[in-house]
Design a protein around this ligand. Structure first.
Ligand code: IVH
Length: 670
């Protein structure tokens, strides 16, 4: 039986994986609603077991870095965060409860509401009222430069009106595609025999991140502004006024009845209900209601976590559902051998998209739902993500349907599958299984790994079947003459591919680590390992203790790394890769953090006059410091408010610096 610790670790891994699938691969496996449930379960477990919470749980992280195509990277001046979610009305009330606890007793809180648009967040920078930079959100810290593309969007002014301030303004908002335009575009693509977009959001993202702006221009994108990062320049007391100022300056803002300021919780609830009911009447997709504390002075007090602001919440709508029939269940083999059951269904329209496949995740999930070929199932999509089989409609089950028997052997290579204790996933243990090799090759070239442009599923399969490549390191041995023999592969595409492969030789170390397909090691762990070990060589000879000493590397991950590097197959793969002949030389990037608070340990005592204790803790944590409950030799500062207690005596005894509220406030802004 698994305990909470194992479950927490499992959830953290899953969330990280799904985050990556969603943000970086644009290919989510589960619906937003199911993802939210995972996050929620993790948050609850962590709250109940703070002893198991790690300093880098995905519940307080924004998503990992993007691979970055050829658009230039833009580092955001202030990270573009996500929003906490509320999945039910009770959770909207809980948001208010949290605010009240944090702020202490105060006047009734008034809110602003605005639909949550299902497009992509972008940032526009205006200087002297002229648009000088536009970027995508990316991973929150670094996005892509889309200035030329943004200029083709009719609703984004290249110049603001005269009453806008001339200072540098960072305006955030959502780029989106209206539903009609999305349908038109897909019809056009279908007629041309091209692949269609799954939903308006993907269409908007794909259209905006074009290197050729003429394509963006033809796509008729739209924009709604929802935030100014310098609210003081708008001279507003509330978010509502702020939005009105932005609108006056010439930036479009949303004006349906769901956008309102100065409303109490009860009204928020009815706005939410009404929008949920009327969402299909709006010309654009919305998947929830963003509820924000209206008073801007409270924003400062509430601050943000590393993941999201405390003063806002995204209340999500119930997902749309439909019924369809399962034709068959296929088992697919992933790069680490994971056997994933996939339901092949009669085509069904859910929220405007035709769906024919849905993952059933793993054997356990399949058994739990008892999905059988021939069953009618409820299919659901939230926020237009890839659909999910919610449940079997048992009353519609035709008599005599046999249960699906999960194969005991890998469907591709026939090796008996394995399932480790405590894991839900059955795996093909044969690293030489052709399906695994292909999946690993695709991953190796993926944009979050070595980012070899042009090397996708089709080409990977071709290189393997033509035996030009047997394992990823063979990519670095490819010659122009090899590639030119491939069907439909001209000189130009061959050269492009070789160039992309050459660029991969010097990608950063974490990308190499991620590219190796070590079980349980995703992007985040790869970054941690790269930062700590600095080279593949050092990592490959790391002892388990060294790995375990790292924050965030648990026993399971550590063991998996050890196992990986102990395998002779992998050893020869790595020495081959880094040999002089292949010339692979990963680069290391350093990560720095500096503030007077960062890395310091604080103990709080007494009452502060300008903030509650929760607030003080949050501000310290947001600057990278830690708050401990007792004074010890390890303490860097004791912050003394009114009527501090025995902690002061202890601090004096251990000669720990004691600072008063004024000094503390200075430290916070240092
Ligand atoms: S944020 C501080 N408002 O949600 C609160 N975000 O922002 C200011 N999103 O991926 C308002 N619609 O793309 C805000 N009306 C809206 C939004 C919205 C969609 C998305 C945005 C980003 C995420 C977090």
């Amino acid at each position: 039986m698994n305990g909470p610790k194992e479950r927490i670790e499992f959830l953290r891994r899953e969330i990280e994986r799904h985050d990556k699938l969603y943000f970086n691969d644009d290919s989510p496996e589960i619906s937003d609603a199911s993802f939210d449930l995972l996050v929620r379960e993790l948050e609850d477990l962590q709250a109940a077991h703070p002893e198991f919470k790690s300093s880098s749980s995905p519940t307080d992280e924004v998503a990992p870095p993007p691979g970055g195509r050829d658009l230039q990277a833009v580092v955001h001046q202030t990270p573009m965060l996500s929003l906490d979610k509320a999945l039910t009305k009770e959770e909207i009330s809980a948001f208010e409860e949290r605010l009240k606890r944090f702020l202490g007793p105060s006047e009734p809180i008034l809110y602003h509401t605005m639909p949550k648009f299902d497009g992509l967040a972008i940032e526009l920078v205006y200087q002297d009222r002229v648009l000088v930079l536009a970027s995508t959100r990316g991973d929150g810290r670094t996005g892509e430069n889309i200035t030329d593309n943004a200029k083709t969007i009719a609703s984004i002014p290249s110049k603001l009106s005269d009453d806008a301030p001339a200072q540098r303004l960072h305006i955030r908002g959502e780029a989106y595609m209206e539903k009609d335009e999305f349908l038109r575009l897909n019809e056009e693509r279908e007629a041309q025999g091209r692949s269609v977009f799954a939903n308006p959001r993907n269409a908007a993202a794909g259209s905006l991140r074009q290197l050729d702006v003429n394509i963006t221009k033809k796509r008729n994108l739209n924009f709604f502004a929802y935030h100014l990062m310098e609210p003081q320049l708008a001279d507003s007391r509330t978010y509502h006024e702020l939005i009105k100022s932005i609108d006056r300056w010439g930036l479009p803002t949303e004006k349906s009845t769901a956008s309102q300021g100065g409303v109490g919780l009860e009204q928020v609830m009815s706005i939410f209900e009404k929008l949920q009911q009327d969402r299909d009447q709006l010309p654009y997709e919305v998947d929830g209601l963003v509820i924000t504390v209206d008073e801007l002075s409270l924003w400062e007090r509430l601050g943000t976590t590393s993941r999201a602001p405390r003063y806002a919440v995204a209340a999500k709508f119930k997902p749309r559902a439909t019924v369809t029939r399962i034709k068959s269940i296929e088992v697919q083999v992933g790069r680490t051998g994971a056997l994933t059951p996939v339901a092949i269904m009669e085509p069904a329209l859910v929220g405007g998209v035709t769906v024919t496949q849905a993952t059933l995740h793993n054997e356990e999930e399949l058994k739990r739902k008892d999905v059988r070929p021939g069953d009618y199932v409820k299919l659901q999509r939230a926020g237009d993500v890839i659909p999910e089989v919610v449940e079997v409609l048992f009353d519609k089950r035709p008599p005599g349907l046999a249960p699906f028997v999960f194969p005991a052997n890998c469907p591709v290579c026939g090796a008996p599958s394995e399932r480790r204790a405590g894991e839900v996933v059955a795996r093909c243990p044969n690293r030489s299984c052709p399906a695994q090799i292909e999946a690993r090759l695709i991953h190796f070239a993926h944009k979050n790994a070595l980012d070899i442009e042009g090397l996708g599923q089709k080409l990977a399969a071709l290189l393997l079947s033509e035996e030009l490549v047997k394992q990823p390191s063979d990519l670095f041995k490819l010659k122009l003459s090899d590639l030119k023999t491939l069907p439909r592969f001209g000189e130009k595409s061959a050269q492009n591919l070789l160039q992309a492969i050459d660029k991969a030789r010097t990608k950063s170390l974490w990308r190499f680590i991620n590219a190796l397909s070590i079980r349980h090691v995703g992007e985040r762990s790869s970054q941690i390992l790269a930062a700590h070990f600095g080279s593949l060589k050092a990592l490959s000879s790391a002892a388990k203790d060294q790995l375990l000493a790292l924050n965030d590397i648990g026993p399971e991950v550590a063991q998996s790394i050890i196992d990986f590097f102990q395998s002779p197959l992998n050893q020869s793969f790595i020495s081959d890769l880094t040999s002089e002949q292949l010339g692979v030389a990963p680069t290391t990037e350093s990560v720095s953090s500096s503030s007077a608070i960062s890395g310091k340990r604080f103990v709080l005592t007494g009452t502060l006059s300008t903030m509650t204790r929760a607030e003080a803790k949050a501000r310290i944590a947001s600057l990278g410091g830690r708050v401990l409950s007792a004074v010890s030799k390890e303490t860097d500062y004791v912050v003394a408010g009114e009527a501090g207690g025995s902690k002061l005596a202890k601090a004096a005894e251990l000669k720990i610096p004691v600072i008063d509220e004024k000094a503390f406030l200075e430290l916070l802004t240092f």
